[in-house]
Structures are given as structure tokens and as C-alpha cells.
Design a protein around this ligand. Structure first.
Ligand SMILES: Nc1ncnc2c1ncn2[C@@H]1O[C@H](COP(=O)(O)OP(=O)(O)OP(=O)(O)O)[C@@H](O)[C@H]1O
Ligand SMILES: [Mg+2]
Length: 350
């Protein structure tokens, strides 16, 4: 048997629990080379935000170094985001669309959408963010950008770029504080334009920040976009959780996958002593997720830094990456990316 075969067999012992396959069968191993007693290969994951990245690297290194024929190993970690099958023709290069939604207003959708986009970008993904909340756009504030987007080739609208994210928001185009009054068909048309007439280019993830609620407007938006899956944002209060359930039912009704539930403003972490206080009780989000049979994507603490950062034009993941909230957003982004890979791999996005 060749050394290469031994290495492949050793790597077969490492299982990706999300895909339920070993990392060789999952197609993660590339460019295996052996020179003398030195082996090198790349592990190409389905997302750069894979929560198990460090673990895979460590296990692969150990499994190969345990072989008597090898005494040096060079592992390169890489990722290639897979493309969902559910697409619209005008966006052939947008691999996945993630909607951020909630049944209730003010629970932190826009904050979650902005920090999700940044956390995924920081892991190495290419990310766009579409502010689909045409009634109350907020990305112009969260990213501190404004101005009429330019037109590029074929008269396509070019997104504005801030903090490494491609952005489109109605807020860029309106004077501040202008009331936004739209009738249903106009909203429909506007969102269609944001999807079809914008030069999004190649994106691993396009994040949609949806308006609150589960009414007709949201239904239209959801049906207009080829959504790979939806993240439902809730807070721990009962009422918000009931709204989360309603949101989830809406997505199921129109056959959109639910990526999972994230609980925002989960607890207050005292900035002085670090003690956690569950202001709105605790555990509701994870309990609801369990009851509904959807993944629980994480808990984001209530932290003044989150609000300050959002108002300052630099979301907390960018402005205060060491804060508890930024760390929580990062973990949540990893869970979200992992669930998107699971949806795409299982063919559930068809
Ligand atoms: N974890 C948090 N800690 C502290 N403040 C937060 C947190 N999450 C959100 N906020 C603040 O709460 C307010 C509402 O958040 P955000 O605008 O993201 O909610 P939303 O669900 O998008 O609201 P809407 O339904 O109006 O679109 C903002 O001022 C935001 O900075
Ligand atoms: Mg919002």
C-alpha cells in the first residue's frame, strides 16, 4: 500500500458531524502530496466560518503524524462555499441568500444582520447585505454610508461598499428622517429591483434584513427572493417568543427553510464584574427552538456596546471585537454558516 493510501485512510477516521460523513468522503481533502517523510494537503471546508475548522485541522495533523511513514505534515485550511440550488436567474453568482427575520419589531434584526455579515466577512467569506426593510431602513446608520449608488455596466446599480461588505439600502437614497410610505405593489417592485438590478457579483452569502412582522408585505418579500434559509431573531420574553413561532410558521408555509433561532438581548453582562443577569428570564429561545425542532443558533447578550456601535456606524463585531457580544455574534455566525451548509448538502434547498 502506498503512503498516500495510508494517509487517506487515516483521514477517513475524522467525521464531520454536521454532514454525517468522514472528511475524505465529504470531498474536503485536496492536493495531497508526499515528499520523503513529509505530507502536505489542503482541507477545503464548505464555509470559511466552519465552527469545527480548528478541530479538523488538529485531528488531521495528528492522524497523519501518527503514521510511521510520516514525520512532517503541512495542512492548509481553505473553504469553498457551496451554492444553493434555489436561485434566481439574475443572481447566478450569489451562492446563498440568508434572510434575517422576526415576528416582532425592535428585537435586533438589523443589528443581527449587520454583525452576521461582518462576522462572515471576517472569516473570509464574500458577503453582501440587502436592507429589505423598505419601511424603516437602517443600514445607512449601522454602516455610516449614504449617497446615491452609481450605475455600472448594463445600467446595473452598484452596491456601496463599507467595512468590506457590499450594501444596498433605501436609506442611502432618502433624506434622513423622511417618512417612507409605500403601497404593497411598490414594495414588491422595489425589492425586485434590489435583487435583479443590482450588480451583486460573486457572493458567498447575501444577507437580507427583513422588515418586522409576518404580514403580506413580508410574505411577498420572502417569495420574491431565492432564500436558502431564514434566521429568526427573538428576545427571551414570552410575547417575542410567540411572535417567533408565528414567523417560523410563515416560512414553513411558503416552503422556506428555517436556519434556526437566535436569542438576542439574552442576558445582561455587567461591564464591571462580568456577572450575568437574565433580565427577561432565560432559555426561552433554546426551549422554543427545541419544541419547534429547529436549530438554536446562539444567545447574544444585552450590552451597551452593541447599541453604541450600531449608532456609530461600526457594528460591534468591527468596533469592539473583544466584547462578549462580538464573540457571541461570531459563534452565532459560525452556527448559521454550518446550518446553511447542512441545508445545501441535504438538498433541502431545492
Ligand atoms: N444585544 C443588544 N444589546 C444592546 N442593544 C441592542 C442589542 N441588540 C439590539 N440593540 C439595540 O436595540 C435597538 C433595536 O435594534 P434593531 O434596530 O437591530 O432592531 P430591529 O429588529 O431591526 O428593529 P425594527 O423591527 O425596527 O427593524 C437598536 O438601538 C439596537 O442598537
Ligand atoms: Mg430593523
Amino acid at each position: 500500500m502506498s503512503v498516500e493510501t495510508d494517509i487517506i485512510d487515516a483521514l477517513r477516521t475524522i467525521i464531520d458531524p454536521d454532514l454525517g460523513k468522514d472528511i475524505v468522503s465529504a470531498g474536503f481533502i485536496h492536493d495531497l502530496k508526499v515528499e520523503g517523510k513529509k505530507a502536505s494537503f489542503r482541507i477545503v471546508l464548505t464555509t470559511p466560518a466552519c465552527p469545527l475548522k480548528a478541530e479538523f485541522e488538529k485531528k488531521a495533523r495528528k492522524a497523519v503524524l501518527d503514521l510511521p511513514e510520516v514525520d512532517e505534515v503541512d495542512v492548509t485550511m481553505d473553504a469553498k462555499v457551496q451554492s444553493a440550488k434555489r436561485k434566481i436567474e439574475s443572481l447566478p453568482d450569489v451562492k446563498n441568500v440568508i434572510a434575517v427575520a422576526s415576528g416582532k419589531g425592535g428585537v435586533g434584526k438589523s443589528t443581527v444582520a449587520a454583525n452576521l455579515a461582518l462576522a462572515l466577512k471576517n472569516k473570509g467569506a464574500t458577503v453582501g447585505l440587502l436592507d429589505a426593510d423598505v419601511y424603516g431602513p437602517s443600514m445607512q446608520i449601522m454602516f455610516n454610508v449614504s449617497g446615491m449608488p452609481a450605475k455600472g455596466a448594463n445600467d446595473k446599480i452598484l452596491p456601496l461598499r463599507a467595512l468590506g461588505i457590499d450594501l444596498i439600502s433605501l436609506g442611502f437614497m432618502l433624506p434622513p428622517n423622511a417618512p417612507v410610505i409605500w403601497r404593497g405593489p411598490m414594495v414588491h417592485g422595489l425589492l425586485k429591483q434590489f435583487l435583479n438590478d443590482v450588480e451583486w457579483g460573486e457572493l458567498d452569502y447575501l444577507i437580507l434584513d427583513l422588515p418586522p412582522g409576518t404580514g403580506d408585505a413580508q410574505l411577498t418579500l420572502v417569495q420574491e427572493a431565492p432564500i436558502t434559509g431564514a434566521v429568526i431573531v427573538t428576545t427571551p420574553q414570552d410575547i417575542a417568543l410567540r411572535d417567533a413561532v408565528r414567523g417560523l410558521e410563515m416560512f414553513r408555509k411558503v416552503d422556506v427553510n428555517v436556519i434556526g433561532i437566535v436569542e438576542n438581548m439574552s442576558y445582561f453582562a455587567c461591564p464591571h464584574c462580568g456577572e450575568k443577569t437574565a433580565i427577561f428570564a432565560t432559555g426561552g429561545g433554546s426551549r422554543t427552538a427545541k419544541e419547534l425542532g429547529v436549530p438554536f443558533l446562539g444567545e447574544i447578550p444585552l450590552e451597551e456596546a452593541v447599541r453604541q456601535a450600531g449608532d456609530s456606524g461600526q457594528p460591534v463585531v468591527e468596533r469592539d471585537p473583544e466584547s462578549a457580544a462580538a464573540k457571541a455574534f461570531e459563534k452565532f455566525a459560525e452556527q448559521t454558516a454550518a446550518q446553511v451548509s447542512i441545508i445545501v448538502n441535504s438538498g433541502k434547498d431545492d
